[in-house]
Design a protein around this ligand. Structure first.
Ligand SMILES: Nc1ncnc2c1ncn2[C@@H]1O[C@H](COP(=O)(O)OP(=O)(O)OP(=O)(O)O)[C@@H](O)[C@H]1O
Ligand SMILES: [Mg+2]
Length: 241
């Protein structure tokens, strides 16, 4: 049994269908990356998994238990957390307060403090800026905070939507390395990316096109297959390959 099982999932907006019945699974302890062009349905997928969009059809199972139908809070309590697209930290609150609010589902004060220290271990920059208002952080620091806040609920599955968007190549690599560390420390990761620099950190790679999954395999297979070139550069470029 895989940790996450998505089975024929359908959703959309109003009367507009987006996900056409997608199926995939993620094994515990692994890092899965979802690639795809703008509008492919990547954010729709992770938002639906996070309980932010209604499930129109199909099922989501976590540890074998059905979680589709739970609301966003229920999903967090089940052990799944999302660092959303566009970061969405609370700009008028301090770094510390943003992190503390990420732990809303937990009670034990000491354990919450331990997790704050863990986040500061991953992102020392946040420790240096813990009293600073989140809105005054750089884009990269806000990304660190969004990921840190998502960790504060102690998820077993962490989803990150567009971790590297708008970051310098160097900072993107730093973020990928920290995500890899988080994964090594025992958290399963699903990461939405357009930056193929994440591939060395991925066990599993998925490609989405028009609300469907067109590739699902090992990260190494994807590198060899030419599918990424086809997706991002068009058929002609892949044919030449
Ligand atoms: N709030 C919304 N209302 C209506 N349609 C939406 C909404 N959000 C997304 N869509 C549509 O759903 C489809 C999938 O969008 P989605 O944001 O999931 O793509 P994405 O793969 O995350 O793209 P990007 O790489 O640009 O973030 C697109 O056609 C988009 O226009
Ligand atoms: Mg998106």
């Amino acid at each position: 049994m895989s940790m996450l099982e998505v089975d024929g999932l359908r959703t959309g907006y109003g009367s507009l269908p987006v996900l056409q019945g997608i199926s995939f699974s993620v094994e515990e302890g692994q890092t899965a990356v979802i690639f795809g062009l703008n509008g492919a349905g990547k954010t729709t997928t992770v938002n639906c998994l996070a309980g932010l969009l209604p499930v129109w059809g199909g099922e989501i199972r976590f540890d074998g238990k059905k979680v589709s139908g739970k609301d966003a809070q229920g999903i967090v309590k089940a052990g799944i957390s999302l660092s959303p697209e566009g970061r969405r930290v609370w700009p008028g609150l301090s770094v510390m307060k943003n992190l503390e609010l990420g732990a809303w589902s937990r009670k034990d004060r000491n354990k919450i403090d331990e997790t704050v220290q863990m986040v500061f271990g991953y992102f020392p920059r946040l420790d240096e800026r813990k009293s600073q208002l989140a809105g005054t952080l750089s884009g990269g620091e806000q990304q660190m905070l969004a990921i840190g806040r998502a960790i504060m609920s102690k998820p077993r599955l962490l989803m990150i939507d567009e971790a590297s968007l708008g970051l310098s190549p160097k900072l993107a690599q730093t973020v990928f390395q920290v995500v890899s560390q988080i994964n090594d420390d025992g958290t399963t990761v699903v990461i939405v990316e357009q930056n193929v620099g994440v591939l060395p950190y991925a066990d599993q790679a998925l490609i989405m096109e028009k609300g469907t999954i067109t590739f699902d395999g090992r990260g190494e297979e994807l590198e060899k297959s030419g599918e990424l070139r086809r997706t991002y550069l068009g058929d002609a470029a892949a044919a030449e390959h």
